[in-house]
Design a binder for this molecule. Structure first.
Ligand code: ADP
Ligand code: MG
Length: 269
């Protein structure tokens, strides 16, 4: 079907042929979907995003994007690779990997210039994305000197300036203060409302109700152990507990110890 963006079929991947990272993953992602991939550390979420972004390629199985198989040599075809890079943008968990120019402004301009966007249009986009991400005051700054939250917003702006159809976010809210988290969630929700397809890897259950309609849970077997609506996954305590996504809380009440699972959505003390 033409509205399918990614088809992942029985994908296996290991680093250097000996560190397994994904084992038999299947998923289909359609245009305009809002997807979260959740799982404990080391369950393969970042590896999946890199496969979807055509940075690495399966050892077994296949990844199809926009009806074409993503293959290493297809990236050698400069035109096809450019087309793909314009349609899919990955926001890395570590913004330092993504930001390499001497100024924020140049980092934001880099993508569109590389894709041959005219200079006037690039300048227009810089101002527009700087406003959306509230980083107008940072344009002349050196990226590596910024705070982690500022870097994350600049990294998102540099992808937004390319205006891809698909955004891949790797732990977009990790380590950020609540206001910046709010800003990034709003960005994701708005982008999706504008028709963008969003795939977010996260272990932050607080955000998935907003950033995802469909959630895939990755387990210790480095594959999908469950999937469904965000409500159904959030309500499945045993699934979340087995997969190390909620933790037990130990309280003292009137001198007695009390232990209960802590679902991060619930306020607790
Ligand atoms: N560059 C790498 N070299 C070797 N092993 C790696 C590398 N990156 C990730 N891995 C391993 O692959 C598995 C999946 O990692 P990753 O995709 O980063 O998981 P997650 O993003 O869910 O934390 C882990 O066991 C991890 O140790
Ligand atoms: Mg990761």
């Amino acid at each position: 079907m033409s509205d399918i963006i990614f088809e992942v079929k029985d994908v296996h991947y290991s680093y250097l042929g000996k560190f397994p990272a994904l084992s038999g993953v299947n998923m289909t992602i359609r245009s305009g979907e809002k997807i979260a991939v959740i799982g404990a550390n080391g369950t393969g979420k970042s590896t999946l995003l890199q496969l979807l972004d055509g940075l690495i390629f399966p050892d077994r199985g296949r990844v199809t994007a926009f009806g074409e198989r993503l293959l290493e040599h297809s990236q050698d075809n400069e035109k096809a690779a450019h087309r793909f890079r314009q349609r899919v943008g990955l926001v890395f968990q570590n913004a330092d990997i993504q930001l390499f120019c001497p100024s924020v402004l140049e980092d934001i301009a880099f993508g569109p210039l590389q894709f041959g966007v005219a200079e006037d249009e690039v300048n227009r986009r810089i101002l527009e994305v700087a406003e959306v991400l509230d980083i107008q005051h940072l344009l002349d700054r050196v990226p590596h000197q910024l705070s982690i939250g500022e870097k994350r917003r600049v990294a998102i702006a540099s992808v937004l300036a390319i205006d891809p159809d698909v955004y891949l976010f790797d732990e977009p809210t990790a380590g950020l203060d609540p206001l910046t988290v709010r800003h990034i969630i709003d960005f994701i929700v708005n982008a999706n409302q504008r028709g963008k397809t969003i795939i977010t890897a996260t272990h932050d259950l607080h955000i998935i109700g907003e950033i995802a309609d469909t959630v895939y849970v990755f387990g210790w077997n480095k594959s999908i152990v469950s999937g469904g609506s965000s409500e159904s996954v959030l309500n499945d305590r045993s699934l979340l507990e087995t997969n190390n996504l909620i933790h037990m809380h130990r309280h003292h009440h009137d001198g007695r110890e009390h232990v209960h699972p802590h679902l991060p959505l619930e306020p607790h003390d």
